[in-house]
Design a protein around this ligand. Structure first.
Ligand code: NDP
Length: 401
């Protein structure tokens, strides 16, 4: 009996819960809890209609550790899957330790009052999870998640060592809106406006946000401008694959997105410090989130594809080789299957697979782990079978940029 408790009821959760219900032999019981119970009930109704599976729903404020412990004790899952926001990570990890259950998430912890994220806060739980004989798996989405597993798969099967690694994230979808983000706007805008950082020769190099641009032609999408950014898996990959000399992360943005974001930044609407408006404190970025389209509402209108993958250069039997490994996901096909667009789909499917690895004991260990520390093969096999097939090809040489 492998019962899971999923916390959070946004787009990523919706996909993960649909996919869990489609794998009822692995997930014999599913409970879904979030701040707004009506969103859990809407997901449960869609799951029932599409798969015939019933799931239990609950209201929870996951920042309230005692209430979360009580809910875990009531539901009795073997695993809590945190698909709420990065702000909740530490509170849910605390609740898991207190209640004695395993933990998994898709994004690393961020404090609310600082646009800053790093793994140190969650890695600090290593001894406590280990001592309790529990496992915490961090970052089982696409990036981080699949991109980290792609790197270890290349190292296991194609290269003896990796010298340079570039992660390329392209969303070629068009949602028909002037400006919208494809996952939680607050988290997305904090990430995109942070200074770019990449790892080179044992050092972190910082450049201003969205200043280093490169054109790249993505299969299934075509040529797009991508921008150097900081992304959390760079930190864990630099730690766990220490032989890598250079690691970079690139994400595509259209010109209209960049223009809108620049204006919003210039007028102060992306600020995360409180301002007084009519006698009340408000955070401009949270106000902006309230007026932007809900990412979950973009599914019905989004057309086009995503293409996300890794390009790794390294050595095999002393010879330099370069491989490109990627997945292409179609927005309309993703929407037809679960009612959510491809950005939620490409995150929710790996969340289901990471949970499957844990509840079946395929990935089992005590402590806090990143994805690249686990055997990539069973995860890669499930990607092919559950909606995110991947391809690998050899390039004629390393990237020219
Ligand atoms: P959404 O904003 O759509 O959903 C977040 C959900 O969490 C909402 O249902 C929200 O409730 C709920 N929530 C927020 N605060 C609390 C709380 N205190 N207690 C309980 N529930 C809470 O986000 P997404 O679905 O787009 O993203 C989910 C997660 O996935 C995020 O952490 C995001 O960073 C991560 N992500 C990871 C990616 C990857 O590739 N690794 C890619 C994309 C996203 P309410 O509805 O009431 O606001």
């Amino acid at each position: 009996m492998a019962k899971v408790l999923v916390i959070g009821a946004g787009g990523v959760s919706s996909v993960a819960v649909h996919k869990m219900a489609m794998n009822a032999d692995i997930f014999t019981g599913i409970a879904l809890a979030s701040r707004t119970k009506a969103k859990c009930d809407a997901i449960a109704a869609s799951v029932k209609e599409r798969t015939g599976v019933s799931i239990d729903t609950f209201q929870i404020d996951a920042d309230d550790v005692d209430a979360t412990v009580a809910l875990i004790r009531k539901v009795q899952p073997v695993l809590v899957v945190n698909l709420a926001l990065p702000y909740q990570d530490l509170h849910i990890m605390d609740a898991c330790l207190e209640a004695g259950v395993n933990y998994m998430d898709t994004a690393n912890y961020e404090p609310r009052d600082e646009a800053h994220f790093e793994y140190s806060w969650q890695w600090a739980y290593q001894d406590r999870f280990k001592a309790a004989g529990l496992m915490a798996l961090l970052g089982s989405g696409f990036d981080p998640g699949v991109t980290s597993v792609f790197a270890t798969w290349l190292k296991k099967h194609k290269l003896d060592t990796i010298r340079t690694l570039d992660i390329l994230d392209c969303n070629g979808g068009d949602h028909g809106q002037h400006f919208a983000t494809n996952f939680n706007p607050e988290i997305n805008i904090r990430e995109v406006t942070a200074p770019a950082r990449h790892y080179d020769g044992g050092k972190w190099i910082e450049t201003p946000a969205l200043t280093k641009r490169q054109e790249f032609s993505f299969e299934g999408v075509g040529p797009r401008n991508m921008y150097l950014m900081y992304h959390e898996e760079l930190e864990s990959l630099a730690k766990h694959l220490p032989e890598i000399e250079r690691i970079r992360f690139w994400m595509t943005f259209g010109d209209a997105y960049i223009t809108h974001l620049t204006v919003l930044q210039n007028v102060g609407l992306t600020r995360i410090d409180p301002v007084i408006y009519e006698g009340q404190e408000i955070i401009p970025l949270q106000f902006l989130k309230a007026v932007l389209p809900e990412p979950a509402s973009l599914g019905a209108t989004t057309k086009g594809k995503t293409n996300i993958g890794d390009i790794a250069t390294g050595y095999k039997d002393g010879e330099e080789r370069t491989f490109y490994i990627y997945n292409i996901c179609d927005h309309e096909e993703a929407y037809a299957e679960t009612g959510n667009q491809a950005v939620s789909y490409t995150t929710g499917v790996p969340a289901m697979i990471g949970a499957a690895m844990m509840v079946t004991g395929t990935w089992a260990a005590a402590g806090v782990f990143n994805m690249e520390q686990m055997d990539p093969d069973p995860f890669m096999d499930m990607l092919n079978r559950h909606g995110l097939p991947w391809q690998v090809k050899e390039l004629s040489g390393p990237l020219a940029f």
